[in-house]
Design a protein around this ligand. Structure first.
Ligand code: CU
Ligand code: ZN
Length: 209
């Protein structure tokens, strides 16, 4: 696209005017008022762990007093799969070589036992999101609302790891529901930061800044 010469001249003139103006703050304020700012969003791009073939995304949307969680996963075996926020935003192996072991245990800032997502905050890990159910084609798609996890404060999931397991979380066994191997993992990042990172899921194991 080419700008007419007159338009270019106007732009140059406007640029000179801006240079002569000591502050642009009023302009920034005006833009902030005009552009609607939606709810906070975060996303984890889920990558396979140890050749599992699992992939997809988990999105978090701030509802002020709760968080909406939208998941879209594929490559799973049919049935139930443990679904948790783990405490460390690292999908690499741990020191013993366990795939995605570096993500550590379930996010548990309140020092609670493992439990069901419907349990009270002192009776579940903040990261306990129970299970997702995959259909016969291996897809698990759904939405849920959680009132323990949050964008801010001690139960924040930002910078943590979203994990999907090969087996079902029984919602009772300690310390993690006996959900089996880690088959999918992604670091949860603010959506605008995730979008700005053009290298995408390849950097999933790299700590954000
Ligand atoms: Cu887990
Ligand atoms: Zn747990």
């Amino acid at each position: 696209m080419r700008l007419p010469l007159a338009a270019l001249a106007l732009l140059v003139a406007a640029g000179c005017a801006d240079d002569a103006t000591p502050t642009t703050e009023p302009v920034a304020d005006a833009v902030a008022e005009i552009v609607p700012s939606g709810p906070d969003r975060a996303v984890a791009q889920i990558a396979e762990v140890d050749g599992s073939g699992v992939s997809g995304s988990v999105e978090f949307i701030d509802l002020d007093d709760a968080v909406e969680i939208r998941y879209n996963l594929s490559g799973l075996s049919a049935g139930m799969h443990g679904f948790h926020v783990h405490q460390t935003g690292d999908c690499g192996p741990d020191s013993t070589g366990t795939p995605a072991g570096a993500a550590g245990g379930h996010l548990n800032p309140l020092a609670s036992p493992h439990g069901a997502p419907s349990a009270r905050p002192v009776q579940r890990h903040a990261g306990d999101l129970g299970n997702v159910e995959a259909d016969a084609s291996g897809r698990a798609v759904g939405v849920r609302v959680d009132s323990v996890l949050a964008f801010d404060g001690p139960t924040s999931f930002l910078g943590k790891a979203m994990l999907v397991h090969g087996g079902e979380d029984d919602l009772a066994s300690q310390p993690s529901g006996d959900a089996g191997a880690r088959v999918g993992c992604g670091v949860i990042r603010r959506a605008d930061e995730a979008a700005a990172d053009t290298t995408g899921a390849d950097t999933v194991a790299t700590p954000a800044r």
